[in-house]
Design a protein around this ligand. Sequence first.
Ligand SMILES: Nc1ncnc2c1ncn2[C@@H]1O[C@H](COP(=O)(O)OP(=O)(O)OP(=O)(O)O)[C@@H](O)[C@H]1O
Ligand SMILES: [Mg+2]
Length: 458
Amino acid sequence: MSKPSIDLSELYKPHPKQQMAHKAIEQNVLYGGAVGGGKSYYLAAEGIQLSIDYPGNRGYMCRQKLTDFRISTLLELKRYMDATVIVNDRGKQEIVELIPQHHQTENYFRLYNGSVIYYGGIGDDREGTTRVKNMTLGFVAVDQLEEVEEVNWNWLLSRLRLQLPGIHYKAIATANPAPGWVKRKFVESKLENHIFIPALPRDNPYLPDDYESNLRKWFPPEMVKALLDGDWDSLEGGNFLFRYNEIKSAINRLVEDGNLIVAGVDLSKLESIKQSNDTKWAGIDIAREGDDSCVFTLRQGSKVIYTDSWGKTDLMESTGIILQKIERFNIDPKNVNLDAVALGAGIYDRLREQKVYINGIIAGGEPMDKEHYVNSRAEMYDNLRKRFEAGTISIPDDQDLIAQLSSIRFKIASDKKLQIVSKEEMKRTYHLKSPDKADSLALSFYEPKINNPAIRWL
Ligand SMILES: Nc1ncnc2c1ncn2[C@@H]1O[C@H](COP(=O)(O)OP(=O)(O)OP(=O)(O)O)[C@@H](O)[C@H]1O
Ligand SMILES: [Mg+2]
């Protein structure tokens, strides 16, 4: 007797590389490499397929962070929610809902045949992870495995022991190129029962025509090699400050009144965060040379709520623009950080004369933490990096900003302090545009302890 099947071809037609990944007979499959290859689409489809193939199957699908899963992989899974037609084992079409139940609070889907797909964040969803810890599963699927710790992956594998007739266990994953254990395990070692299938944007006919050329324009060469050509070695030097994934995950991250919506946090707790965390801060980067721009970034709590940029102007005009924004958004001047070098120093003085006591920040000046940072620019950027890592930042979908952030490089100074490659060096050595938007963002998230107007003379 043949198995019932369901026609999902309206929703998903795998391209050849995706087909290769679907057909892999190995238990552990990494479909990975460059961006935009169709990895998340593959992962969602394979999860659905495994649930259909083995009625009563139980799968766990996740990313490192549940919040990121919700705004990426979960959306791909949800596409299958309206599918209805199924062909029964006698070849007749029946109207059956593929996914009759989506439990949004409990984070699972139940399928028509009794299979259940649980989902969560393996790194941040403690409740969900504890639940899965006690389960026996038929498959696991991890999107962006390079974000996940190896112990968590191993532990997921140990859950694969659900007893079902004829079941083939599957552990599938996607990843972007990054140095680390994923590369070691799937790309470098030829482990039994493991397969690595490279994914490149040019494999994916469904991307917009200018997808690849746009990215090539925006990103520095090492990033291009990794993200577009799937070169797992190019970032081995590790000299970029921000991980591409973390920048991407921060775009329009869900926030409420300036606060991140954290999965599993009840509203009463959210209320308390709300009160403490909706302060407005502004960061202003001032143009140095002709083709630079002045950039104003305003955030409320963790979320950037407004940005504006204007070309290099004279002192009075920029002072006027800034003053107007401080008033319009009703920002406390002590929460305004201005790049107070060159033209910025003049603006700083003009604002002081008008009794607007903002913070003048000298990028090359002394940091609060002298032990770890060469200067305040390094401190500022490293604070920003921690926010991207922790997922406590939401930025607008701005290609310029994303490209600038991903081009920020760091060096380790001889005394093991962190140093950020200067704007001048970025322009001269790497022929990149001055990262004015990124600097302005870093300034807006910097919270100098000393609100002393003299800080600029340090
Ligand atoms: N088989 C397919 N059929 C139709 N569209 C597809 C298919 N595969 C991918 N796409 C399209 O290509 C886009 C990129 O696919 P997907 O998001 O799965 O890529 P990805 O490799 O996960 O990207 P990223 O690196 O950004 O996470 C999707 O938004 C979708 O529009
Ligand atoms: Mg994806």
